[in-house]
Design a binder for this molecule. Structure first.
Ligand SMILES: [Zn+2]
Length: 262
């Protein structure tokens, strides 16, 4: 039997149609959501592809949601956030890596395979978000854009916002070379805390970066409360038998989706 990923923050669900995880905090607050695990014949590619459409339809069936209300941005490692007020096609969401809404029944999704996917929720203003932040999006500080857009467009208060962090590549496996390390040093010198998220690797010229920790610094600087940052704590590479991983599987990796709906 495959292992169970449940921990203090997440529940591993073996569903009727597919397996996924839920965040205990969002579940308690009654927010419909999921982060999908590996499932035979399922891959959250664009619904323009047969396997993509099949995957999203099955997930909607599992969660009893209306597939026609699905929002799936055409992610390009940007820091662009869009507020969703009607149903847009993927083609209308080019260069978008994060989506927010306060509309009931609108299904927000982004996908990953090692990158970070964030699910956001403001229980007071009833606003949700799904945000894709790979290392490039992290250097462009997309999570700050998402939180600031919640504050500016939906009048959210930072101290109310809940930020859930799906499985992603963690510092144990996010090994980079000088070029990428230099980008992080350059962009995040201002934090004065580089040594808290950039570490020397075992080999000369290799480094490990903790992008989750770095984004948490940015979130806390914005006034997000520590107890409202809910981390699955799961590395996609360490758990690649259950979780899609670009670094492990290569170009045809299993895309997972982080879905949320009011
Ligand atoms: Zn790992």
């Amino acid at each position: 039997m495959l292992k169970d990923l449940s921990n203090e923050n997440i529940i591993h669900i073996k569903g009727k149609y597919l397996d996924y995880i839920k965040f205990r905090k969002l579940e308690k607050l009654g927010v419909k959501h999921a982060y999908t695990l590996k499932n035979e014949g399922i891959n959250f590619k664009s619904p323009k592809e047969e396997i993509g459409e099949k995957s999203y339809r099955l997930l909607c069936k599992e969660l009893e949601l209306n597939y026609d209300n699905l929002i799936r941005p055409d992610q390009r490692h940007t820091n662009n956030i869009k507020c969703i007020d009607k149903i847009y096609s993927e083609d209308e969401l080019k260069e978008i890596d994060g989506v927010l809404t306060d509309k009931k029944d609108t299904i927000l999704t982004t996908t990953n395979g090692d990158c970070i996917v964030y699910l956001l929720y403001d229980p007071i203003k009833k606003v949700i978000g799904s945000v894709h932040s790979g290392w490039r999006g992290t250097t462009k500080r997309i999570i700050e854009n998402a939180v600031n857009t919640m504050i500016n467009n939906y009048k959210s208060n930072a101290e109310d916002i809940i930020v859930c962090i799906a499985p992603s590549i963690r510092k144990c496996h996010f090994e980079v070379e000088d070029d990428v390390k230099k980008i992080f040093e350059e962009k995040f010198k201002f934090t004065g805390r580089l040594d808290e998220f950039i570490f020397k690797g075992k080999k000369e010229g290799k480094y490990y970066i903790d992008t989750v920790y770095l984004n948490n610094i940015l979130l806390e600087n914005l006034g997000i409360r520590k107890e409202n940052i809910i981390d699955s704590g799961i590395c996609s590479v360490c758990n690649s038998e259950l979780i899609g991983s670009y670094r492990v599987q290569g170009i045809d990796f299993t895309r997972a989706t982080g879905l949320i709906c009011l």
